[in-house]
Design a binder for this molecule. Structure first.
Ligand code: ARG
Length: 269
């Protein structure tokens, strides 16, 4: 069965955690007194980049900026579909300056950037499925931004309400496996949003709170390989049963800031 899963090579944008730190708390995972080991964070992050390259994905990097400790979480800076770049307007004032640096990278790479008028945190909350955008709200990205994204992309944007503060971004509670299926943790969503997901994805792989707390939902799939936190062992085993190939990559140092594999990875489509 596992031979039936076909990988598609991706173009990723990342940012080295050279200036990574936990200096403020804007989600329940962050404690400002936490000591982070920058060397270990860099080592773990490089292992992720090596794993992507070893699986034939293209990785490009934005230069990190001192004083912007969360800039490593590249997924939050934009969502790109069909070459259209929908930039970000961060909820936290501490993160707002990141946008300037990412926007400059996109411009230099030949893209125009649309700056949203309402709070929007890129792929953290706006997840492209191959047919439409699943969009999280409740903690960061607003419904106004969902409407703006639909107008901008001309693709349906489906609003989903997140209810658990530990899963404050959609990409902490759900990820796309391939063009037809997703994995998600139902209890992270409001009852109505759960129903929407059940109708759209009747065959979805359902995750538990333990899977989600182990950062298992913050994974990146290329259609066959699933780059996943080794702490999410149980979920990885279920994905193997479904014919996917888990590739464990440990970003434990970055978990201290409330981020994991997907948070560090933006896809350029
Ligand atoms: N400290 C960052 C924040 O709270 C972590 C962002 C994680 N990114 C993600 N895509 N979930 O904004």
């Amino acid at each position: 069965m596992s031979d039936s899963r076909v990988p598609r090579s991706r173009r990723f944008l990342v940012c080295e955690p050279r200036h990574f730190a936990v200096q403020y708390a804007i989600n329940p995972w962050m404690h400002p007194d936490t000591h982070v080991h920058v060397d270990l964070a860099q080592e773990q992050w490089r292992a992720l980049i090596d794993a992507y390259r070893a699986h034939s994905h293209t990785v490009e990097a934005v230069e990190p900026v001192p004083g912007l400790p969360d800039m490593v979480f590249a997924a939050n800076s934009a969502v790109v579909v069909g070459g259209r770049v929908f930039g970000s307007l961060f909820h936290a004032p501490e993160r707002r300056p990141e946008s300037t640096h990412y926007d400059l990278w996109f411009k230099a790479a030949g893209f125009d950037v649309h700056r949203p008028e309402s709070v929007s945190e890129g792929e953290g909350d706006l997840v492209w499925t191959g047919r439409y955008v699943l969009a999280g709200t409740g903690f960061r990205t607003t419904r106004e931004a969902h409407r703006e994204a639909q107008e901008f992309f001309g693709h349906p944007v489906i609003s989903l309400t997140l209810v658990d503060p530990y899963f404050y971004h959609l990409d902490t509670a759900l990820f796309v496996l391939d063009d037809t299926n997703i994995v998600y943790y139902p209890e992270a969503f409001s009852p109505g949003s759960r129903e929407v997901l059940a109708r759209l994805y009747p065959d979805a792989v359902l995750a538990t709170r333990d899977d989600a707390m182990a950062w298992g939902l913050n994974s990146v799939s290329d259609g066959r390989h699933v780059f996943i936190a080794p702490q999410a062992e149980a979920l990885a085993a279920r994905l193997s049963d479904h014919g996917y190939v888990p590739v464990p990559v440990d970003l434990s140092e970055l978990h201290k800031a409330g981020g994991g594999i997907k948070c560090c990875t933006q896809e350029i489509r």
